[in-house]
Every structure is written in C-alpha cells, then in structure tokens.
Design a protein around this ligand. Structure first.
Ligand SMILES: C[S@@+](CC[C@H](N)C(=O)[O-])C[C@H]1O[C@@H](n2cnc3c(N)ncnc32)[C@H](O)[C@@H]1O
Ligand code: SF4
Ligand code: SF4
Length: 344
C-alpha cells in the first residue's frame, strides 16, 4: 500500500499544450517522438479551455510555430483569461509579428550551453544568434524572457555560466533535469546531479525550486500544486498526461473533456502524487514526497524513491541556497523545475 499526498483541491490548473510535435530541429536529447506528426486542432484546444479551469497555458512539446493554424490558435488563446507562455528554440517567435509576440506574458528560449559553438553544435548552426536576436526583440516589445536549459551530463557544471548569459536579457534561468524518455545517453549520474546543483547555487540566487529532492535538500517548505495536482499536459496526439515525460502515451483527450478538473482522480494523476512506501518515515517527506514521480516511472521503479535520493544511500546532500527577491513568473509552480537568477 502506498500513502497518498493530498491534492490542493479544485484550484486552477497550469495547462501545458503541445500544438504539434513537428520541429525544425532534431536535438538528440529531445523527448518528443520525431517518427510521426501529430497536431491538435483549434476545436480541441477550445474544448479543453472550456472544460478545465485554467490559470496559465504554456505551449511546448515541438516547435509550435510549425502548426499551420498557429496564428489562429494564438488569437484564441489571447482572448482567454490565462497567462500565456511559450517554450521555443527561437523559430516560433521569429515567424510572428510584433503584435502576436506581445500576446505572451513570457517567452522561454532554450539555451543549453553558454557559448555559440556549443549551442550550435547541439541544436544546429545559427541557433545561438536566433535566440539572442529573438530574446532581445521580446525585451524591446516589453515581453518577459526566461532562458531554459536541460541539465545533462555535458553541461551540469556550467549552468551558472548559462545564467550569466540569461542575465543579459534580464532573464532568469529555468533548469529541467534531463529525463531519459528516448535514451539515457544524457542522464546525470547521482554525483553529477548533486554537484551540478551545488555549483549552480554557489553563483546564483534561487527564485523557485519545484524539483522535489532539490527543494527538500535546500530546506524549502512543501510547495503547492505540482505534478498530479494542478498541472495537466495535453499532447499533440490528443492525449492527456500529468507530466510531459510520463511514459505510455496518455489517456484520450475525451477523458479530460468528460472529467474536467476531475482528471486528477484518474490513475496516472494519482500515481504522480503517490508516496513510495520506503519514504514513509523520511524527515524530508513533506517537501520531497518521494521525488520526481515521472523520473521514478521512467526508471521502471515507480514505487521506489527517486533514483537521485541521497537518504536511501545514507548520504547528506543538503544544499546551501540564497533566495532572490520573488519574481512574478508564470511558471513558478509548474513541473519539477528550478529557477535561478545570476548574482550581481
Ligand atoms: C520539447 S521542447 C519544445 C519547445 C522548443 N522546441 C524548445 O526546444 O524549447 C521543451 C523543453 O523541453 C526540453 N527537453 C527536451 N527533451 C528533454 C528531456 N529529455 N528532458 C528534459 N527536458 C527536455 C527542451 O530543451 C526544451 O527546453
Ligand atoms: S528544438 Fe525543442 S522540440 Fe525541437 S528537437 Fe529540440 S528540444 Fe525537441
Ligand atoms: S526517502 Fe528520499 S525520495 Fe523519499 S521522501 Fe525522503 S528524500 Fe525524498
């Protein structure tokens, strides 16, 4: 038997929408399935918004600007009372006119390395310049910018350098730990995970920590919302998931349209907030809750503690952090993510 972590009640949801899984790039670490093309229709997007009490919408999964109805989708989403954000490699912003870009509360640009040569080697020639140009354009238009990096083996010790690049655009850095969806080639070892976060926090101030183990080891209190509670992901394949990395493809969108906010009572959502039995007596349990449920499921041991758990190894990996003044970021409480700002 596993203990259940309480839900936050019928609050408003952070909705992740993948309009398409098409992309102009082919990053080797990417979790999307490049072997097929799937697209949500405008009608499906409208029905989701009509059915679910949504507070924020983030566009992700592929490169949304590749969807033929992208401008129409944006016009619709802009008319909703939601905070609209997008995660992009730069392309989806470059194809929009200034007025459309102003429709975003915030634009997240993916930057995984602090130099042009490394970024372009990973993502493709010209990507560094594209991101810098579009990030500068967003700032000129008064649109907030966040830089987002995947923390993986090759960049784990250099995240603070990426935060320095982000600061050039007055942007925080959001970090998602690499999740081994398609392959574990980029996965961090236990040592790399903890050394990477310690090095990051030595040079940056913390805006938010949603990555549960890191949050617990940094001594922060339990957070509200999060996976299985207040985040819903709708994939281009018209399925619904508690987290973008959740394996198995997801439940049909009709289930969400039928249940609305009650989607959190379906099995993947309850699994996402279920405490592994071995965590029951742990002092870090309130903030950690067993760690990242998506990672546990991907590792093949959903009922075991997070693979990066130091407690199960008898180790102390407490982290020293300095808090930044709070910023009003749209995605503060979404997913297992960490947000920092370069110091000074
Ligand atoms: C899938 S992309 C979609 C948006 C856009 N194409 C981009 O790259 O920003 C969304 C974010 O997920 C990150 N990402 C991709 N694969 C990942 C993985 N396996 N683990 C963690 N993050 C990943 C990307 O780097 C990007 O920051
Ligand atoms: S740009 Fe984004 S969606 Fe495209 S392959 Fe890279 S990470 Fe995946
Ligand atoms: S045992 Fe590990 S994974 Fe479980 S709650 Fe404690 S710190 Fe988190």
């Amino acid at each position: 038997m596993t203990a259940q972590i309480a839900t936050a009640g019928a609050g408003q949801f952070a909705l992740g929408l993948g309009l398409t899984n098409e992309c102009n790039l082919t990053c080797a670490f990417c979790y999307r399935d490049p072997a097929r093309t799937d697209r949500l229709t405008l009608d499906q997007v409208q029905r989701v918004l009509a059915r679910l009490p949504v507070r924020s919408v983030n566009l992700g999964t592929g490169e949304n600007g590749m969807h033929p109805e992208f401008p129409a989708m944006l016009r619709f989403l802009r008319g909703q009372e939601v905070k609209l954000t997008i995660t992009s490699n730069g392309h989806s912003i470059a194809v929009l006119d200034d007025d459309a870009v102003r429709g975003f509360a915030e634009v997240e640009f993916s930057l995984d390395y602090p130099t042009r040569a490394e970024q372009d080697a990973q993502r493709g020639a010209g990507n560094w310049d594209l991101i810098r140009a579009q990030a500068a354009r967003c700032r000129r238009l008064g649109v907030g910018v966040t830089i987002i990096a995947v923390m993986m083996r090759a960049n784990a010790m250099r995240l603070a350098d990426i935060a320095d690049v982000a600061a050039q655009f007055d942007a925080p850095l959001r970090i998602n730990v690499y999740q081994a969806v398609q392959s574990d080639a980029f996965a961090l070892t236990f040592e790399e995970f903890w050394a990477g976060f310690a090095a990051l926090f030595a040079r940056t101030d913390v805006i938010a920590i949603g990555e549960p183990l890191v949050r617990a080891m940094a001594g922060l209190p339990p957070r509200q919302g999060g996976c299985g509670v207040a985040t819903v992901r709708v994939t281009p394949r018209a399925t619904v998931l508690p987290c973008v990395y959740w394996p198995g493809g997801g439940a049909p969108l009709d289930l969400l349209l039928d249940r609305g906010a009650g989607i959190v009572d379906t099995p993947p959502f309850t699994a996402a907030r279920t405490l592994p039995p071995a965590c029951a007596g742990c002092a870090f349990r309130p903030a950690c809750g067993g760690g990242c449920a998506g990672r546990r499921v991907l590792s093949g041991a959903p009922d075991a503690p997070d693979p990066y758990c130091p407690v199960m190894r008898g180790e102390d990996r407490r982290l020293s952090i300095r808090l930044a003044p709070r910023r009003d970021l749209a995605k503060l409480d979404s997913a297992c993510t960490t947000i920092v700002m370069a110091r000074g």
